[in-house]
Design a protein around this ligand. Structure first.
Ligand code: SF4
Ligand code: SF4
Length: 459
């Protein structure tokens, strides 16, 4: 079939938007309103249809089976055992599966982790930083922090040898603490794989994030300059100490773009459109970020998923990522790396007043220009047959990092990172903080998320 890529990605949501937690910034919670009265459970019949179509649609021997939510573990283990059986039933000779699941980790126990380990799942676990930063927004339905439950889930994954990575959202609160977040993930969580996802929560006049409309963001959303500072500070730490030891997805994608390869992240590619979302009832949407009425392509109960993927409408969705770029992006020196990021958040205006600029443009621009020297060095090292990790000694010798600069600054002077805090309370402070000096973060009390109880939304 024309226009269908040999391999594609589908994010399946067997519980729809339903979750056992109520993270304040979660845009998916509002998506429950898309299906009023739904039980939000993928049926066995729909699961069968989904796995068959996913396998049939692939022309490659590798197939990724990705589960997300809401919280997918709410389906119970038997659902996922059945999914593995169906993979075996429909597989073609030589086919291999990568099973992945994004979870908040709070439901995990030994039985779950044994299953995940046995079936080589890659688990994405959501942690936003040390306790106080994590608990700022990642709360249960009673509004209580979930840090202890998540860390318990993490230790179970580690005990059973389940492969995992950490997904950390970058929000208005934890974005002021880049080194604390990064060092916590590296040193205390002990992860080698980190995804950093900015929270850009576009809200309408009711404070809801259901439709991608308007130019307002919630006060949970990271600010552009704050985001740039967060990313560059972590990058400086990483490029001096952790290259080839800790994998930060955004940094890996940047290396690939600097080397002229596909980045591996849709947001940093020129085109997108090869990553569908499938809801619990079989509805297919253009992307996980566009599970909303205007982007519903059809239902796999009526139309083969691969047909929806190859449809003109979906192909246009993917090419729009490039075609709709504003002039500022087209002439931007870092477009090869940024590509205007995700269209979902292109609601700012350019310096010329043209709409369609990414909300975080200032942050991304700062980040990509900041890492240019290090990226060129990594690519040159690789071209010369040397390990990328050699960049660490070069960068340490070339540029003192913020910690070094801050430690030389008067302790009461502003930190050179631009956070507005005193050097002694920021990069000039002890890292990690001494046990006798527990770190406290300036964490405002998060406002409860506005909710509506009834809305008639037909899709
Ligand atoms: S809309 Fe954004 S998240 Fe979705 S596929 Fe395109 S770039 Fe990726
Ligand atoms: S940095 Fe800004 S102007 Fe440059 S490509 Fe990215 S969004 Fe566009």
């Amino acid at each position: 079939m024309m226009g269908v890529p040999p391999r594609f990605h589908v994010m399946a949501k067997p519980t729809g938007a339903v979750c056992n937690l109520a993270c304040t910034y979660c845009f998916f919670l509002d998506k429950e309103l898309l299906y009023p009265g739904s039980p939000f459970r993928m049926t066995d019949e729909m699961l069968d249809t989904y796995i068959r179509q996913l396998i049939d649609g692939h022309k490659t021997p590798e197939v990724t089976v990705a589960w997300q939510g809401g919280e997918p573990t709410l389906m119970g283990l038997d659902f996922f055992r059945r999914a593995i059986e169906l993979q075996e039933h429909y597989r073609r000779p030589g086919m291999t599966f990568e099973n992945t699941m994004q979870t908040n980790g709070t439901q995990l126990d030994d039985e779950w982790c044994e299953f995940l380990a046995e079936n080589d799942y890659l688990v994405g676990l959501s942690i936003d930083g040390p306790r106080q930063l994590h608990d700022a927004y990642r709360v249960n339905k009673a509004g209580r922090g979930t840090f202890d439950l998540v860390m318990r889930g993490l230790r179970l994954l580690q005990k059973h040898g389940v492969e995992y990575n950490i997904l950390t959202t970058v929000n208005r609160i934890n974005a002021d603490y880049p080194l604390e977040v990064y060092r916590f993930l590296r040193d205390e969580v002990g992860t080698e794989w980190i995804q950093l996802i900015p929270i850009v929560e576009r809200i309408d006049s009711d404070g809801l994030a259901l439709r991608q409309e308007g130019t307002e963001v919630s006060d949970r959303s990271v600010r552009p300059a704050q985001f740039g500072r967060f990313m560059t500070t972590i990058f400086d730490e990483w490029v001096r100490n952790d290259v080839a030891r800790v994998y930060v997805q955004t940094f890996e994608a940047a290396v690939r773009n600097w080397a002229g390869l596909p980045s591996g992240m849709c947001v940093f590619n020129q085109y997108c459109g090869n990553a569908l979302a499938v809801e619990h009832n079989g509805d297919v949407f253009s992307c996980d970020h566009y599970v909303e009425p205007n982007y519903r392509l059809g239902n796999i109960g009526d139309t083969e998923m691969v047909e929806l993927l190859g449809s003109d409408r979906q192909r246009r969705f993917g090419s729009d990522k490039f075609d709709a770029l504003p002039g500022q992006c087209r002439s931007c020196e870092v477009r090869f790396a940024c590509h205007g990021e995700c269209p979902k958040s292109r609601f700012a205006v350019t310096a010329d007043g043209e709409p369609g600029l990414h909300y975080l443009c200032a942050g991304w621009y700062e980040f990509f220009t900041h890492i240019d020297r290090a990226m060129k060095t990594i690519v040159a090292l690789r071209d010369a047959g040397r390990p990328a990790s050699d960049v660490m000694a070069i960068m340490r010798a070339e540029m003192p990092d913020l910690t070094t600069l801050a430690s030389k600054a008067p302790r009461n002077s502003p930190c050179p990172c631009g956070s507005g805090r005193k050097a002694k309370h920021c990069h000039g402070g002890p890292h990690p903080p001494a046990e006798s000096e527990p770190t406290t973060y300036s964490v405002p009390v998060a406002e409860p998320r506005p909710r509506v109880t009834r809305m008639d939304i037909e899709i």
